[in-house]
Design a protein around this ligand. Structure first.
Ligand code: GLA
Length: 388
């Protein structure tokens, strides 16, 4: 342990669930680790390789310890974690606060300390901790505090990624449980409606996430393009239908601006150039990973239509990130009055606008900024205050 705080900025990495569901194996995880490095994603900041549900045997061993599925992970978990570490990456695994995981494998309920010790022994750096099969009379807050404490006692730095889907007013007590991130929504699906409803459901929650305990809006679906092979999701029509490039761009922009962890969920072995380019956008990632870790606030101005809003996030060093979003289904003019973000006309200042997707400097504006946005599109600006 290095006694430094974990998750100073939102964790970044990859998780197996979205694209693979039960179809995971040692070979797949090794390939993904290789790809994170080869594609430059590790250099862009993605560091955790996380195995989701379906990794264990259905029974614990005689000592009550979890055992890796002998067919999927014949050598066990430790050599795989070692491999991931040899690539300069970190390794994550999954368990559940209830008696079973969501797919019926052993959960950590009443085994929190032995499981934390096992994970530490295997070299685990990140634990995603779900909420299925919670005994009705046990209190979730207590179960998360228990695993939080078990992880703190296990002798290894392990990021604690809570996944209770926004139940039990989680934002009220989660920070004290020791969690480093917490899932605040139901499961994301690879379609626009899912992205839009998750993002809008979190607009009033921005103040609850922050440094060392982030509001997790779920894994990214960027790059899935309707090709997810998750047998537990794909059997309901439309769930994995896919999005357009513009919708994926806006999804990534929202997650980045709203300080969500950036956990890739697509198959990196087959990623398209567009998706890779988007996920590698250093300027957008820098906004998400800003060292001050301030959340954004949102402005829905009366003169803009529904689902059209701006996000404003103060950055370290005095810059501001300003996102302008049109989640509606029609093209829209949208305007941001600088008065509403603390800059009255007679201040003597304007804002310079640099757009992070096009890389263009769009000039200095005073009083207001108005742009036209196509349906589901957005702009992400890094702005500086300048004397005018
Ligand atoms: C829950 C979680 C998902 C995934 C599955 C695995 O639904 O919210 O992210 O971990 O369980 O079964």
């Amino acid at each position: 342990m290095n006694n430094l705080p974990l998750a100073k900025t939102p964790p970044m990495g990859w998780n197996s669930w979205n694209s693979f569901g039960s179809n995971i194996s040692e070979e797949l995880i090794r390939n993904i680790a290789d790809k994170l490095v080869e594609l430059g994603l590790k250099d862009a900041g993605y560091e955790y390789v996380v195995i989701d549900d379906f990794w264990s045997e259905l029974e614990r061993d005689k000592q009550g310890r979890l055992v890796a599925d002998k067919k999927k992970f014949p050598a066990g978990i430790k050599p795989l974690a070692d491999y991931v570490h040899s690539k300069g990456l970190k390794f994550g695994i999954y368990s559940c606060a209830g008696t079973h995981t969501c797919d019926g494998y052993p959960g950590s309920f009443e085994h929190e300390y032995v499981d934390a010790a096992t994970f530490a022994e295997w070299g685990v750096d990140y634990l995603k901790y779900d909420y299925c099969y919670k005994p009705v009379h046990s209190v979730g807050e207590n179960l998360y505090k228990r695993m939080g404490m078990a992880l703190r006692s296990c002798g290894r730095d392990i990021v604690f990624s809570v996944c209770n889907w926004d139940c039990d007013d989680v934002w009220r007590w989660i920070r004290e449980s020791g969690a480093h991130l917490y899932r605040s929504t139901g499961d994301i699906q690879d379609n626009w409606q899912s992205i839009k409803s998750i993002a809008e459901s979190q607009l009033d929650r921005e103040c609850y996430g922050g440094t060392y305990c982030w509001n997790d809006m779920d894994m990214l679906v960027v790059g899935m393009n309707g090709k997810g092979d998750n047998d537990f999701v794909s059997n309901v029509a439309g769930r994995l239908a896919g999005c357009t490039d513009v919708q994926y761009k806006t999804h990534f922009a929202l997650w980045a601006m709203m300080n969500s962890p950036l956990i890739i969920g697509c198959d990196l072995r087959k990623i398209s150039a567009e998706a890779l380019n988007l996920l590698s956008n250093r300027e957008v990632i820098a906004i998400n990973q800003d060292p001050e870790g301030r959340g954004p606030y949102h402005i829905r101005h009366w003169c803009n239509p529904d689902h059209v809003f701006a996000l404003i996030k103060p950055l370290c060093g005095g810059d501001y990130a300003i996102g302008m979003f049109n989640l509606s289904d029609g093209a829209s003019e949208m305007s941001l009055q600088f008065f509403d973000i603390g800059l009255p006309y007679f201040s003597g200042y304007g804002l310079s606008f640099h757009e992070c997707f096009s890389g263009e400097d769009e000039g200095v504006f005073t009083e207001r900024r108005a742009i036209k946005l196509e349906p589901h599109d957005c702009r992400i600006y890094r702005c500086k205050l300048v004397r005018v």
